[in-house]
Design a binder for this molecule. Structure first.
Ligand SMILES: [Fe+2]
Ligand SMILES: [Fe+2]
Length: 186
């Protein structure tokens, strides 16, 4: 076999190690794509976000049916919920709300951002609280109420306003930008 370098294989080994590290940093692009695909398939940014709203409320429905002694399951479902809401907020804050600010919808964007802060606060409190605490589900219900109000405001008022303020091409660009952000946290 030909001797390719004097280092006796050190360089190829380092390269292999580097490639492994790089793959690790990419955090499994196929998995990310699989997580973002349902949103991408929904088409326009506002329809995709509305579909994520539905999925979030469905997951909360599952959490609401858990028993207090099923603490491990509550922890797993809470982690899933935090990831789902985290990705969703990241998409909205980095693209949709930013776009609202450009279109003179500043106050609305600020209000929605404040709602997100309230939701993050509730998720933090749910994480801190013992999973078998009698008040845990009460807080989940408080979270549901806040989310339902916020989602209705987005779907019925602010998203239609932004969609109408953008032309077809701009709406298409916003959809692409939103999915790009989503992939980062998927
Ligand atoms: Fe939102
Ligand atoms: Fe939303």
């Amino acid at each position: 076999m030909a001797d390719f370098n004097k280092d006796g294989g050190t360089v190829p080994m380092l390269l292999a190690g580097g490639a492994g590290l790089l793959l690790g940093l990419l955090a499994n692009p196929a998995r990310k794509l699989a997580v973002q695909t349902p949103t991408m398939l929904k088409g326009a940014w506002d329809e995709a976000l509305a579909a994520e709203h539905k999925a979030t409320l469905a997951l909360i429905g599952v959490i609401e049916k858990t028993d207090p002694d099923d603490t491990a399951r509550r922890s797993i479902l809470l982690a899933q919920l935090k990831h789902m809401i985290g990705k969703h907020s990241f998409q909205e804050e980095n693209t949709v709300y930013a776009s609202m600010r450009q279109r003179e919808l500043l106050a609305a964007a600020q209000g929605l951002n404040e709602d997100h802060a309230g939701v993050k606060q509730l998720l933090f409190e749910l994480t801190e609280m013992q999973r078998d605490d009698a008040r845990w589900l009460e807080k989940v219900r408080a979270l549901r109420n806040e989310l339902e109000e916020h989602m209705a405001l987005e779907e019925n008022e602010h998203f239609p306003k932004l969609r109408a303020a953008l032309n077809e091409q701009e709406n298409g660009e916003l959809t692409k930008a939103m999915n790009k952000e989503g992939l980062k946290l998927a």
